[in-house]
Design a protein around this ligand. Structure first.
Ligand SMILES: Cc1cc2nc3c(=O)[nH]c(=O)nc-3n(C[C@H](O)[C@H](O)[C@H](O)COP(=O)(O)OP(=O)(O)OC[C@H]3O[C@@H](n4cnc5c(N)ncnc54)[C@H](O)[C@@H]3O)c2cc1C
Length: 426
């Protein structure tokens, strides 16, 4: 291995936010740590692309959600990183060819607020139900509820109301200058990562964990696994022995949902007219995208598609999601808008073998799966990653906190092993 660490104390699988954060805590505690990452770069689902557009494009996570209680927001503030704190203003909504009037846009927005309140209220009661079952009646139920997939990655009928209730929501969704992925990388710049090193097998049958990578076998007493539930469900890694059935059931209860982003770079003249605008475009009952203009005061707009519709577009092939968003742009702003488009690109997180989806959601009745997934096995295998967090799942700060938690668990296990099981009698 290039990093020179041959017999680390701890192996961390995955250099996304959780893996980087775990490794940083372990190294701070003086532990030899080897991070192995399958991709050619660190960051995972929080990665800033600086080569496609003339401005940075976060292909995955970009917002510091719940900024008031987000530890990464505190770090960004402490470092004086410029932050964009303003909300977008939803100005244009088109539903099945009809441009909503200002009053209708306000009613549609008000239904959205009432919808989240109802889901969270219902999620606090027994038994858990789907978000769909918790929807309040109203004219806008079928359209505004499409936002659920944009937020939680799964459509309303398959996602848990309890999961939304459990989520620690607080004021503020902030953007970071230069991109969130780049910021997270800077925070962890001292963590060495073994790139292009996919893990194929994890054998935890003996006292040491043996990890087979495409570049050889490595061993350590402890391993922190940070791959997504999509990767686990697709069985991209072989476990010896197989993961306990409770763990496998937990993975099944927490599918990796789907949100794809479509970057649209405009001529700066367009940006001046639309910065801070957002538009919603509904075609049929499920075909829906949102468009956010002027990311961080740049000429980049980002379109979003989610859930089953996003999966269908991804399956259709490269360019399908972009075409849909451009159709939405034309429908909401007129065909002149297309003249200002300079460049486009789209993500495809579902067909990405290293993520197999965007972020986890809990199926109805399955929220406890997050706790089960997080449980260590035999003080050897430890589990981090956004899906292992009960109240900050599906976020970058959740991934960050999960890495710190797993590092603390490893350190506690090491201390326990260092103490003799029985104290000699005096
Ligand atoms: C489109 C999109 C938008 C999002 N928007 C936001 C947002 O605005 N705000 C927010 O807070 N969150 C957002 N998220 C969610 C957030 O990005 C994720 O929750 C977070 O980045 C997950 O980090 P992680 O470390 O848990 O997992 P990952 O980032 O997936 O890290 C796991 C790592 O393991 C690697 N890996 C996989 N298989 C192997 C293997 N076999 N061997 C070795 N390495 C392997 C992967 O390449 C990856 O680098 C978004 C995500 C997406 C996709």
């Amino acid at each position: 291995m290039k990093s020179g660490v041959q017999n680390p104390d701890v192996i961390v699988v995955g250099a996304g936010t959780a893996g980087l954060s775990a490794a940083q805590s372990l190294r701070a505690a003086g532990l030899e740590t080897l991070v192995v990452e399958a991709a050619g770069h660190a960051g995972g689902r929080c990665f800033t692309d600086t080569s496609t557009f003339s401005v940075p494009f976060d292909r995955g996570g970009s917002w510091l959600h719940s900024a008031a209680i987000n530890p990464l927001a505190r770090l960004a503030e402490a470092q004086g990183v410029p932050l964009h704190k303003a909300d977008w203003n939803s100005t244009r909504v088109q539903v099945k060819g009809h441009d909503l009037t200002a009053q209708e846009v306000a009613d549609y927005g008000a239904y959205g607020d009432a919808m989240w309140e109802a889901i969270n209220r219902r999620g606090g009661q027994e038994p858990d139900v789907s978000s769909y079952a918790a929807l309040p009646d109203g004219k806008w139920a079928d359209t505004a509820s499409r936002w659920i997939a944009q937020m939680v990655g799964g459509d309303a009928d398959v996602t848990s109301a309890r999961d939304s209730y459990n989520y620690a929501n607080a004021q503020g969704d902030w953007l970071v200058a230069g991109g969130l992925g780049a910021f997270v990388q800077r925070l962890h710049r001292d963590v060495p990562v073994e790139l292009n090193c996919p893990v194929e097998k994890i054998d935890y049958s003996g006292p040491r964990v043996r990890v087979t990578t495409t570049r050889g076998v490595i061993e350590a007493k402890h391993l922190i696994l940070t791959v997504s539930t999509g990767v686990l469900a697709a069985e991209r890694i072989v476990f010896v022995p197989p993961l306990p059935s409770a763990k496998q059931t937990a993975v099944g209860g927490l599918p990796n949902g789907l949100l794809n982003k479509i970057g649209i770079e405009f001529d700066p003249a367009w940006q001046e007219a639309t910065e801070g605008d957002a538009a919603d475009y509904h075609v049929g009952d499920a075909e829906f995208c949102t468009l956010h203009f002027g990311f961080f005061g740049t000429s980049l707009a980002v379109g979003f598609v989610a859930g089953r519709f996003a999966a269908a577009l991804e399956e259709e092939g490269a360019g399908a999601a972009t075409d849909f968003c451009l159709q939405g742009l034309r429908a909401t702003y007129g065909s002149d808008a297309l003249k200002y488009v300079r460049r486009t690109d789209e993500t495809a997180w579902q067909t990405n073998d290293l993520t197999v989806g965007s972020y986890s959601f809990a199926r109805p009745g399955q929220t406890d799966a997050r706790r089960v997934l997080a449980e260590p096995i035999a003080d050897r295998l430890f589990f981090a990653g956004e899906a292992t967090m009960t109240d900050t799942y599906s976020t970058v700060h959740g991934a960050y906190l999960s890495g710190q938690r797993s590092a603390e668990q490893v350190i506690a296990a090491m201390q326990k092993q260092a103490i003799p099981a029985t104290q000699p009698e005096t």
